[in-house]
Design a protein around this ligand. Structure first.
Ligand code: APR
Length: 230
């Protein structure tokens, strides 16, 4: 069976108004990554980290899916078993574009997780009020986000699906965390879409669209439909 993986990063949600991390004016220009997005930073100053994620969670109520989220959702409903939707993003914009079975590699902003009993709670776009888990009553409730220095359990699923992927489509990620060039080489065909041309990344891909995701996505959808229907 021909299969496609659509792997996305912060660039997919940029046009919805959510900041990326490493572009100019990105989050890591304003915040110290290791202070607000690492296990050691969380241990050192939990209040600052919880506030960082509260801000980002509450911002979700002010943004909405863009054209690229919607087209990805349409492709997923058209080719259910043949398309894997994987994202590094922690926003819910694909879900709000009605996309099913989205795999979030780095967690999900609307959720809290208890580090004692592993329960997960969806609090929507609310600020986290306290750290007591409603289930086990222990004080270890936190954002359900994979921070640096923490395990990313969904990476096992990513590699498992990559081994079954024939066409790898990579949208809006710098490759700073995931070796997406290596993933492209693991698959028969590959397409990259980013805003800036990065020679170091593009050399691994058969085709590169250097434009906004909402402008590239219709051409990418045609490439995917042609590939799956051939
Ligand atoms: N359309 C397409 N691509 C875009 C757009 C856009 N409108 N705007 C920006 N981009 C691209 C940039 O060219 C860049 O390659 O999105 C990419 C954003 O890169 P990063 O900011 O590094 O975001 P990402 O790759 O998702 O970061 C990976 O790092 O900080 C951690 O856990 C965090 O999941 C995140 C991971």
């Amino acid at each position: 069976m021909k299969t496609v993986m659509i792997l996305s990063g912060a660039g997919l949600s940029a046009e919805s108004g959510l900041r990326t991390f490493r572009d100019s004016n990105g989050l890591w220009e304003e915040y110290d990554l290791m202070e607000v997005c690492s296990a050691s930073g969380f241990a050192k100053n939990p209040k600052k980290v919880l506030e960082f994620y509260n801000e980002r969670r509450m911002q979700l109520k002010d943004v909405k899916p863009n054209h690229a989220h919607k087209v990805i959702s349409e492709l997923k409903s058209e080719f259910k078993e043949q398309i894997f939707i994987i994202t590094q993003n922690v926003d819910d914009l694909l879900e709000r574009a009605n996309c099913k079975d989205v795999i979030h590699l780095h967690g999900f902003l609307p959720e809290l997780r208890c580090e004692a009993c592993e329960s997960v709670f969806n609090i929507g776009y609310e600020r986290q009020k306290d750290r007591i888990c409603p289930k086990c009553k222990k004080p270890f409730l936190r954002h359900n986000i994979v921070m640096f220095e923490e395990a990313a359990p969904q990476y096992a699923t990513l590699y498992n699906l990559l081994n079954k992927t024939k066409l790898f489509v990579c949208i809006g990620t710098s490759g700073a965390v995931l070796p997406v060039g290596h993933f492209a080489r693991m698959c028969e065909k590959s397409i990259l879409n980013n805003l800036e041309y990065d020679e170091q990344l593009s050399i691994f891909f058969d085709k590169t669209y250097t434009k906004k995701a909402s402008e590239a996505i219709d051409e990418i959808a045609t490439d995917i439909r042609t590939f799956l229907k051939d």
